[in-house]
Design a protein around this ligand. Structure first.
Ligand code: TYD
Length: 144
C-alpha cells in the first residue's frame, strides 16, 4: 500500500503490514521479523481504552531503540520531532506503520474512543533508553 504522507523529518520511514483479504470472513494482517518488519522484534505492545479526549501519550524519545507504530483501529494524531522539524500526521486505521528510529521525540493525541495502537519494537523495555525531558532531548540532538 502506498502512503499519502510526505516526510520532513529524519530517522522515520514507512513499513506495511502484509494483508490477506478474506472478506467477508475477515482480513488478516501480517508482520514478519526481518521480512516486512526490518528488524528482529523483541517486544510487541498495544494501547487501547483511550477514552479520555485530552489524553496525551508518548512525550519521549529513545536513545537507541527503534519501534514501528500502527493505528489498527480508530484514529489519532502522531506528532514527530527530530529536533529540527516537527510534523503532525493524522493516522487512521491502516496497514501503514511509522518506523521511528532513535532521537525522534514522539507525541500521540486526539484519540478516537475506538483507537488501538500497535507497536513493534526491536528492544525489551528499558527505562534507561528513554529521554523524557524535551530540553535534554534537544541538547542531545544538537550535540551530535
Ligand atoms: P510509556 O512508554 O511512557 O507509554 P507511552 O509512550 O504510550 O506514553 O510507558 C508508560 C509506562 O508503562 C512506563 O512507565 C512503564 C510501562 N511500560 C512497560 O513496563 N513496558 C513497556 O514495554 C512499555 C512501552 C511501557
Amino acid at each position: 500500500m502506498s502512503n499519502a504522507f510526505k516526510l520532513k523529518i529524519s530517522h522515520v520511514s514507512f513499513v506495511n503490514l502484509g494483508c490477506f483479504d478474506d472478506s467477508p470472513d475477515g482480513i488478516l494482517f501480517i508482520a514478519e521479523a526481518e521480512k516486512n518488519i526490518p528488524f528482529k522484534i523483541k517486544r510487541v505492545f498495544f494501547i487501547n481504552s483511550l477514552g479520555k479526549q485530552q489524553a496525551i501519550r508518548g512525550k519521549h524519545a529513545h536513545k537507541q531503540g527503534e519501534q514501528i507504530i500502527f493505528c489498527i483501529s480508530g484514529s489519532f494524531d502522531l506528532i514527530l520531532d527530530d529536533g529540527n522539524h516537527s510534523q503532525k500526521f493524522g493516522l487512521e486505521k491502516s496497514t501503514l506503520g511509522f518506523k521511528i528510529g532513535p532521537l525522534v521525540w514522539l507525541t500521540m493525541k486526539n484519540f478516537s474512543p475506538d483507537c488501538v495502537i500497535l507497536v513493534l519494537a526491536n528492544t525489551y523495555y528499558q527505562e534507561e533508553d528513554y529521554i523524557r525531558d524535551y530540553q535534554q532531548f534537544l541538547k542531545i540532538v544538537h550535540q551530535k
